[in-house]
Ligand binder design. Structure first.
Ligand code: ADP
Length: 212
């Protein structure tokens, strides 16, 4: 279980997250919902270790950890960014294998084998040698998901996974998230879309802007 305890974060003296606590069960889907400016992305960035809270604790399976500490090669948290952040000059296969080879020190062959099975799982096997610009938004997003999964995170976070997509693809990404749940991974989804959240989530955390 992932526990967030009393997470607090301010920017320039303005409190964005105030003593926020939540428990996320293993293999569950938590959606973080709330209006624009409520602090959803800030919370996700703290969970993903891209930013540090001013105070509060992250506890995984009873042990406190620092998401921002990247000294351990074992990845706890993976992120799928809103604009996917794929490397434009690398093929799909290269995008998915780069970090496992560079960071996890996997040999190229086994990284490629893992990538092949992830791409198959995400219906991308015929796109392995294409570049991001040759793909649709939904395909790029699935490559971003495959790339995050290649690092074998225990928890996968998504920042607004429906907002860069055509509305007709909203259900498709929901299906991918629900399919991934069957693999045992825990998922945390930031979304401004309450209907999408209620379709996919085991638990919904509502964040609201803090009035000063
Ligand atoms: P949401 O994702 O819910 O729209 P954000 O987490 O992006 O909200 O932003 C919450 C508030 O924090 C906003 O008022 C935003 O301007 C502010 N904020 C976010 N990041 C920074 C930053 N790096 N520096 C200063 N203010 C920030």
């Amino acid at each position: 279980m992932l526990k967030l305890e009393n997470i607090t974060k301010s920017f320039n003296g303005t409190t964005i997250l105030n003593q926020l606590s939540v428990d996320v069960n293993d293999n569950s889907i938590l959606s973080i919902v709330g209006p624009s400016g409520a602090g959803k992305t800030t919370l996700l960035r703290c969970i993903a270790g891209l930013d540090r809270p001013d105070s509060g604790k992250f506890i995984l399976d009873g042990k406190e950890f620092d998401p921002a500490d990247d000294s351990d090669t074992e990845q706890i948290i993976g992120v799928v960014f809103q604009d996917f952040n794929l490397f434009p000059h690398l093929t799909v296969m290269e995008n998915v294998t780069l970090a496992p080879i560079m960071v996890l020190k996997q040999d190229k062959k086994s990284a490629q084998e893992t990538a092949e099975s992830l791409l198959k799982e995400l219906s991308l096997e015929s796109h392995a040698q294409q570049y991001p610009f040759e793909l649709s938004g939904g395909q790029k997003q699935r490559v971003a998901i495959a790339r995050a999964l290649a690092m074998k995170p225990q928890i996968l976070c998504y920042d607004e996974p429906t907002s860069a997509l055509d509305p007709s693809l909203r259900d498709a990404v929901g299906k991918v998230i629900l399919e991934l749940k069957k693999t045992g991974i825990t998922q945390i989804v930031v979304t401004h879309d309450p209907e999408f959240a209620s379709n996919i989530s085991d638990q919904i955390l509502k964040v609201t802007p803090i009035n000063k």
